[in-house]
Ligand binder design. Sequence first.
Ligand code: CTP
Ligand code: CA
Length: 229
Amino acid sequence: ETGATLSGDLAGRHVVVSAGGTRERLDPVRFLGNRSSGLQGYALARAAAARGAEVTLVAANSALPDPAGVKVVKVETTAELRDAVLAAAVAADAVVMAAAPADFRPVNESATKIKKSADGSAPSITLQQNPDILHELSTHRPRPEAVIVGFAAETGDDTGSVLELARAKLARKGCDLLVVNDVSGGAVFGAEDNQAVILAADGASVDVPRGSKSAVAHVIWDQVVARMG
Ligand code: CTP
Ligand code: CA
């Protein structure tokens, strides 16, 4: 794919990639979820393995097949994703949070199926905020020399442009790199192609040309490798 693919520049490195979208259970048959396909995270895991890394892929509810040569840990909820990522991060040279964790979970999970009532009324669901895994990783740094990468899909709004909101998110999260997708035009979720800008905490910014999620993954690893000790 690129020269770096064959160079094995991740040989001897351990990387952790999270992928997919977490689900928060409401009752035994229902959940709150999101539309993340896992494609970009799986492409990152495959690209890292091709470059020689030992890869742990923490996968949330993705229908994609396990990539060859990659250790796959399957999770459902944001709490499970947090536990799996933090455990693997202790030995990681890089952690890439490509997953879309549900931001909220129901305060109560019903042990039995929630039923309709005869009077046509609907139940209220009270939510609470989930832990922010990327922020926790970036502030606690289980391995201080590890490169920590976040993702952000932004539309821009009346408070700022896509890049302004992304710069603010990078600072708030405390990670080293933030891969920013402009989703104001639709498409990204489940799409074959991707386009991004990679913002670095040191102020650098790299435009990633439109290409396959595999090509985007290799550009992300190029940036990670450049920052590894
Ligand atoms: N993330 C995380 N834990 C969460 C939520 C998000 O680790 N509970 C990570 C995502 O995997 C991603 C990055 O944080 O790498 C940014 O996710 P995003 O949803 O854009 O950030 P939020 O802080 O949830 O902000 P927003 O209100 O815009 O959703
Ligand atoms: Ca979010």
